[in-house]
Write a protein that binds this ligand. Structure first.
Ligand code: DAH
Length: 341
């Protein structure tokens, strides 16, 4: 029996030392020390021993059980450590590897131009105001002295929301003049940039949605000289000092007198080239002295106050500044195009 225990000791300690997982160590515990295990089956034979031998063998068996148990615990602890190390190694992050690059965007070129214009006007004490794109026709047309029969009111030109034509998408930022006069204390100095909508087919120079910047000054004693001086100053800041301007008579229902402002072509110096379509001049904006009827309609006494206003297209300005030849490029948001600015 002693020999049996000796060989169990050797076999079990060897097997335990060769295990490679906590599960296989547990399986050995059942195999050697379990109720139906090998040590138990040796102890079953105790009955055959003499009364003197029994306590000696019992003690040896207890020692062997303790020894195997200790070996099992030691092996489990060791395997646990090894497994943890392996896991940590597998999960290790190499902080020296190059990262995944996130492309950083930048402002759209047209908004660079808008920001530049805002800066110019803020510098002169103007306020930037924002207003609705869905507008009452009363504000988009009527209060601006645009009569019912005016072609721009036609259903083929304007997007209307209601059968009675009361609500539309604004076709110009000029209704912001009316909103400003109705809601702000005098004097007023403001610009109002924003989207406008017209039923235009898309081509290199037209889009059903585009941007305008409206500007207006209302105060006592404002004259056409203020209009000219201010706009000349703005043009010089956008196009450079010494840019030659021309104020050409025009007609707008909401200003009287009205004009259009042209700049002499900066490319050819007025001789005529593809940039100015052979004209020598490039149209920049429409402007004029706010019509007395418009002032009165907004509750402002035209005998006391006067003002001037302008409206200009933002896309055209950006196209000139960045030498963009096709309006569609501004709206397509093709990264290959936008990356160039
Ligand atoms: N609203 C005009 C347009 O869309 C532009 C314009 C002209 C605005 C003269 C003005 C102005 O404020 O005084 O064509």
């Amino acid at each position: 029996m002693k020999e049996l225990m000796q060989s169990l000791r050797e076999a079990s300690l060897k097997a335990i030392s060769e295990t490679d997982s906590p599960e296989s160590v547990e399986a050995l515990r059942v195999r050697y020390l379990g109720k139906k295990g090998e040590l138990t089956s040796i102890l079953r034979q105790m009955g055959k021993l003499s009364p003197e031998e029994r306590p000696v063998m019992g003690q040896l068996a207890n020692q062997l059980r303790a020894e195997i148990e200790e070996a099992i615990e030691l092996r489990k602890t060791m395997l646990g450590k090894v497994m943890l190390e392996k896991k940590l190694e597998a999960e290790a992050v190499d902080v020296t590897l190059p990262g995944v690059e996130q492309p950083a965007g930048h402002k759209h070129p047209m908004y660079n131009v808008l920001d530049q214009i805002k800066e110019i006007f803020i510098g002169m004490g103007y306020e930037i105001v924002d207003g609705p794109e869905v507008e009452l026709s009363e504000y988009n047309f009527t209060k601006l002295n645009i009569e019912e029969s005016h072609p721009s009111r036609d259903w083929t030109d304007t997007f209307y929301f209601t059968e009675d034509g009361r609500v539309c998408l604004r076709t110009q930022t000029s209704p912001m003049q009316v909103h400003a006069m109705e809601t702000r204390p005098l004097p007023i100095r403001m610009i109002a940039p924003g989207r406008v909508y017209r039923k235009d087919e898309v081509d290199a120079t037209h889009s059903p949605m585009f941007h305008q910047i409206e500007g207006m000054v209302i105060d006592k004693g404002i004259t056409m000289a203020d209009l000219k001086a201010t706009l000349n100053l703005v043009v010089e800041q956008i196009y450079g000092k010494g840019t030659v301007t021309r104020f050409r008579p025009h007609h707008f229902p909401f200003t009287e007198p009205s004009c259009e402002l042209d700049i002499q072509c900066h490319k050819c110096g007025g001789k005529g080239c593809p940039t100015c379509k052979g004209e020598g001049w490039i149209e920049v904006l429409g402007a004029g002295m706010v019509h007395p009827k418009v002032l009165a309609g907004c509750g402002i006494d035209p005998d006391v106050y006067s003002g001037w206003a302008f409206g200009m297209g933002l896309e055209r300005l950006a196209m000139g500044e960045y030498k963009i030849t096709d309006l569609r490029l501004i709206f397509e948001n093709d990264v290959r195009f936008l990356e160039q600015f």
